[in-house]
Design a binder for this molecule. Structure first.
Ligand code: TMP
Length: 212
């Protein structure tokens, strides 16, 4: 692999993408010669983790939707500049838990904010660097929310507390994004047993690395 590759993991809350990422990381690190780095949004570095705390604090019920969007974008910008771009320049394989499609699915489809503005902001903060591959973990909103309530170890954040119809709009948003970007976004059925999902994800990533 001569250049870095960026792979984003996307999906509604409770789709299991974080668990899958944790499971695939050691096997990729063992199989690949390139450095493999896992990170997340919002977060991944100190400034963005602090922005994350502000966005997701359950006490912040008065947060305006555009303020929320801009905070996600600010966190993304800092994360790009401080961590993702340097790692890609060094030739690393970067796995990011949520990225540009989360803003479109949650703030665009979920909150109903202007989609052209989100497309523009995403391009602006990433200097137009798109993921080389996006793995979209598809699960019905009800199943995702049920998993979150069962998973006692997971923090419940401000967005988890949104009504079911917001989560349904988010899923519909992801499905439309997958249809609009078939070369970049691969849809994975996240209702399958975890082991099958992990196997499929490792295969997809190794395929991309081999072709690059
Ligand atoms: P996480 O639970 O996957 O760590 O993500 C935190 C929450 O932030 C999740 O509910 C999705 C939401 N989110 C957005 O609404 N917009 C974004 O741009 C990102 C990155 C996350």
């Amino acid at each position: 692999m001569t250049k870095g590759l960026l792979i984003s993991f996307e999906g509604p809350d409770g789709a299991g993408k974080t668990t899958v990422l944790e499971r695939v990381l050691p096997s990729l690190q063992a199989d690949l010669t390139a450095n493999v780095l896992a990170t997340r949004e919002p977060g991944g570095i100190e400034i963005a983790e602090r922005i994350r705390e502000v966005i997701l604090d359950v006490k912040h019920t008065r947060m305006d939707n555009k303020t929320e969007l801009l905070l996600y974008m600010a966190a993304r910008r800092q994360h790009m500049v401080e961590k993702i771009m340097p790692a890609l320049t060094e030739g690393s394989l970067v796995l990011v838990d949520r990225f540009i499609d989360s803003s479109m699915a949650y703030q665009g489809y979920g909150r109903g904010l202007n989609k052209s503005a989100i497309t523009w902001l995403n391009a602006y903060v990433t200097d137009e660097r798109q993921p080389d591959l996006t793995l979209y973990f598809d699960v019905p909103a009800e199943v995702g929310l049920e998993r979150i309530t069962r998973n006692k170890k997971r923090e419940i954040n401000r967005l988890d507390l949104e009504e079911l119809d917001m989560h349904q709009r988010v899923r519909q948003g992801y499905q439309e994004l997958a249809q609009q970007n078939p070369e970049r976004i691969r849809c994975i059925d996240a209702t399958q047993p975890l082991d099958s999902v992990v196997t499929e994800v490792v295969e997809q990533i190794l395929l991309l690395v081999k072709d690059s």
